[in-house]
Design a protein around this ligand. Structure first.
Ligand SMILES: Cc1cc2nc3c(=O)[nH]c(=O)nc-3n(C[C@H](O)[C@H](O)[C@H](O)COP(=O)(O)OP(=O)(O)OC[C@H]3O[C@@H](n4cnc5c(N)ncnc54)[C@H](O)[C@@H]3O)c2cc1C
Length: 264
């Protein structure tokens, strides 16, 4: 059940150029949010912007009642978020999302996270939750970025003992190329074994990952990122076409879909 929360900002710090992590006191959200959920943030200063903007939940600390969002500063909402100081309040509605990531429950599954840009945070949350739920889950995390200085969360994942692999389009770190250049050999290595792919990032990246997984017969869940003006299924601003002919609202019927469901 989504709530509107005015959450006290505890910290709001840059992590790489143009990206910050904002941590807020929000016990209800921290208790209820699961990987794939998002919150809709309003930072209106004189009705600009008019609409809320969606942000995936990045981390929760349920004991302390805290929630964090990792955001890229691109426009009015995110610029305003970046100016919030500790002690100020952030207006959020959440947790939102009717269909979220479902961790594969087959024994000995290799869980492969594929994230690009601000698609990385919800997958970091998913891998944390998997590590809390299982003693030693087999997680491989592929992070994609245009350049080394735009990579998100690599150090954090490595520090947590996650097998993190990197693809940069300019070859400045890790494999030179795209996430699919790392994913394809990994899937072929694991051919015939239980594998589940979870993906979030720019639409062309998700399309390429979905097509590869469908070709190799691997299950793949995607968190689709389209504009979601209301986030609660009312405005019809986030309609997505599915391969079975249905037209659904990403905010309440998603944002997570199986690779074969999405009509690109
Ligand atoms: C389910 C969901 C989860 C999301 N999670 C996150 C998240 O965890 N972290 C995060 O940073 N963002 C996330 N986003 C994207 C975020 O909602 C948008 O970037 C949002 O529009 C930013 O609002 P703004 O008012 O700052 O910029 P806007 O005023 O909307 O945009 C300003 C300018 O930036 C351009 N722009 C907008 N979005 C982008 C973009 N993504 N990339 C490049 N240019 C852009 C616009 O075309 C415009 O020119 C998510 C989106 C969805 C649908």
């Amino acid at each position: 059940m989504p709530h509107q929360v005015f959450a006290r900002v505890l910290s709001n710090d840059p992590i790489i150029a143009g990206h910050q992590v904002i941590t807020c006191e929000a016990p209800t959200l921290a208790a209820e949010a699961q990987p794939g959920h998002f919150v809709n943030v309003l930072t209106a200063e004189r009705y600009d912007p008019l609409l809320r903007k969606p942000f995936s939940v990045y981390t929760v600390d349920r004991d302390r009642g805290q929630i964090s969002l990792l955001y890229s500063i691109v426009g009015a909402t995110t610029a305003s978020m970046s100016r919030k100081r500790p002690g100020e309040m952030l207006d959020m509605v959440g947790p939102l999302g009717g269909r979220i990531f479902q961790a594969d429950t087959r024994p000995d599954t290799t869980h492969i996270m594929v994230g690009g840009g601000y698609g990385v945070p919800p997958l970091v949350f998913l891998s944390r939750e998997l590590r809390l739920a299982q003693s030693a889950p087999n997680i491989k995390f592929i992070i994609g970025a245009r350049r080394k200085d735009l990579l998100l969360c690599e150090a954090e994942l490595v520090a947590a003992g996650v097998d993190a692999r990197v693809a940069t389009e300019d070859g400045s770190h890790g494999t030179s190329g795209r996430v699919t250049d790392v994913l394809e050999p990994l899937l072929l290595e694991n051919s015939g074994l239980p594998v589940a792919v979870y993906c979030c990032g720019p639409t062309p990246m998700m399309k390429a990952v979905a097509e590869l997984c469908l070709k190799l017969g691997v299950t793949c869940q995607l968190s689709v990122e389209v504009a979601m003006p209301c986030g609660i299924g009312v405005c019809m601003g986030c309609v997505l076409d599915l391969t079975d002919g249905r037209r659904v609202r990403c905010c309440v019927d998603g944002p997570v879909f199986e690779a074969g469901e999405v009509k690109w």
